[in-house]
Design a protein around this ligand. Structure first.
Ligand SMILES: CC(C)(COP(=O)(O)OP(=O)(O)OC[C@H]1O[C@@H](n2cnc3c(N)ncnc32)[C@H](O)[C@@H]1OP(=O)(O)O)[C@@H](O)C(=O)NCCC(=O)NCCS
Length: 213
């Protein structure tokens, strides 16, 4: 395995934020050659080159970056009921989550919390009205309709980050229907008490949200 110091990591956290937030462009490395065998095999299941690079960069964060960051030989993982991978054993005191979109993968890390991160490309083709019906509460739908594409993606990334922090994904319809997210740089969502940070990154081309529970 190569040393990791040559990878162009982008630090997306703002001063004072209670988490680390690091991103990589998919073309920043040949991910497969850096990965331990098991992680490489998982990434190499994908035949599409972009999907493979996404999986490779994600595996790199979990198998290479995180252990180095925590000063551990390796990080062990536990998978939650809805598929959320959580650091276990020696790393159990840490919250970690990652998101892939477009040409980037972003990872979020915070101590003693459950964290969720979501990145969405504003170029992504989607039927906003139909998706909004499924994923937003009434108040969020009204904000998305009034604010157009930028508002839609801001709210969508916030909602994904919140659900990822809770670890329930879209499976918990009650939470999905009852949140009252707003267009704000930082907020506490009233129905879940999850803290959510939100902004655009990469010259406004992507919506980013981080949530902590
Ligand atoms: C899995 C889910 C939480 C996020 O997925 P996504 O937005 O498609 O993908 P992202 O790139 O943002 O995040 C994927 C990463 O989140 C992590 N993850 C997987 N399940 C998770 C969960 N339940 N909670 C938090 N994080 C999760 C993984 O690390 C995954 O990456 P990896 O497989 O490379 O390790 C969400 O799609 C989900 O709950 N899906 C269930 C199916 C569904 O109802 N989908 C409708 C979407 S409109």
């Amino acid at each position: 395995m190569n040393s990791e110091t040559d990878i162009a990591l982008q630090d997306w956290a703002l001063p004072g934020e209670p988490f680390r937030l690091l991103a990589v462009a998919l073309d920043a490395a040949d991910w497969a050659e850096r990965l331990p065998a098991e992680a490489r095999a998982r990434a190499e299941r994908f035949t599409d080159p972009k999907a493979r690079a996404r999986a490779g960069a994600s595996e790199w964060f979990k198998a290479c970056w995180l252990p180095r960051e925590l000063g551990l030989e390796r990080v062990e993982w536990k998978t939650g009921a809805h598929g959320k991978p959580r650091p276990a054993r020696a790393a159990a005191g840490w919250g970690f989550n990652l998101s892939h979109a477009g040409d980037y993968v972003v990872a979020a890390l915070a101590k003693a919390t459950s964290i969720g991160v979501d990145l969405e490309s504003l170029a992504r083709k989607t039927d906003m009205a139909a998706l909004g019906e499924r994923v937003f509460s009434e108040s969020e739908r009204a904000l998305a309709q009034a604010g157009g594409r930028e508002a839609f993606f801001a709210l969508w990334s916030q909602k994904e980050a919140l659900l990822k922090a809770l670890g329930c994904g879209w499976a918990n319809g009650n939470i999905v229907r009852n949140t009252r997210l707003e267009i704000a740089a930082c907020q506490v969502e009233p129905s879940t008490r999850v803290r959510v940070w939100s902004r655009r990154v990469l010259d406004g081309a992507y919506s980013l949200a981080v949530a902590i529970f």
